[in-house]
Ligand binder design. Sequence first.
Ligand SMILES: Nc1nc2c(ncn2[C@@H]2O[C@H](COP(=O)(O)OP(=O)(O)OP(=O)(O)O)[C@@H](O)[C@H]2O)c(=O)[nH]1
Ligand SMILES: [Mg+2]
Length: 349
Amino acid sequence: MPRPPIPTHLIMGFLGVGKTTGILDLLSRKPANERWAVLVNEFGEVGIDGALLAGSGVAVREVPGGCMCCVAGLPMQIGLNMLISREKPDRLIIEPTGLGHPSNILETLTGEFYRDTLALHSTLCLVDPRRLQEERVLNNVNFRDQAAAADVLVANKVDLCSEQDLQRFNEWASAWRPEKARIEHTRHGHIPLEWLLGAASGRPVSDPQAHGHHHHHHHEATQQAPASPPPLDEQPWQFQYNQGTGHYSCGWRITPEQVFDHELLMAFCHGGDWLRLKGVMRTEQGWLTLNLADGTLGSQWLPEAPENRLEIISDQPLPLEQLERALQDMVGELAAAPGACSTEPNSLG
Ligand SMILES: Nc1nc2c(ncn2[C@@H]2O[C@H](COP(=O)(O)OP(=O)(O)OP(=O)(O)O)[C@@H](O)[C@H]2O)c(=O)[nH]1
Ligand SMILES: [Mg+2]
């Protein structure tokens, strides 16, 4: 007997809205006898969400580099096929980058290839109601099309919202046609599984209003699996940067032997005007996660991690050499002069 299609959930939402937090929360309620798997794609080259999710005890696969809309071809299929065949999950959760357009991933998930393997359920988009005041968010084609494509719209971070923010969200959410299957409010990404159940309705993913003002430029389609980076014992300090969709990112993978000065690291995290900073870093006080969104830095201690990872996303070009130097200055005198391994941008856009 062929296996029934795997229930598949797409958790969309803009950069830093709380997708990974929500998935971690969902995973914490996984029935013990079920196998779940997560596929995550981040804008940056150096995945951090995978490391954050790794402690959850389920299979996690990262599709690194650029938006899922552009890696939705072969790299995503390779990642997806590998997860499906190795894990044989009972449930699959996908987090695409908030900086990507949802059309390709939806086409892939609902297309011929996965027709008998995956059953896409109600797609969900998390929204930070506070950001509905910002023209550049409202007019962002990726944001609008994610919201258009979603069956369920959920206001997250309501602990940080005013009454007015929530009212604005409710009005905005209920104005979509066709009407959304659900409109909900939550905090810390808490998503009851029932919000995710029900067949995906296949809503139009292009919001004509947004397309009136903007064109979505697909990056050069990636038709090859991305080259995997060299192992850290060959190249213990790796640096990469990436740009596309008006965003710039840079990231480091650094051997776990390098220990960073906690105080300098905290000052560094607060020191830039970035959209996003995420990391898993080893300091003299222990391993910790770093998660900066909307100017607020979240941080948690970790028992251990396989390597140091740090990533910064900005809508301005990043002062790469300065950042690299600041990071090098944080490691003790034990540190061998690392030297950036590459300042060539990756082939995105
Ligand atoms: N106060 C508050 N903080 C939240 C809430 N939900 C998430 N956060 C915080 O927001 C930050 C970003 O959350 P993530 O879950 O990493 O967001 P994301 O959407 O996965 O981010 P990207 O993958 O980078 O797009 C983290 O520091 C979270 O702890 C919430 O409801 N309230
Ligand atoms: Mg995330």
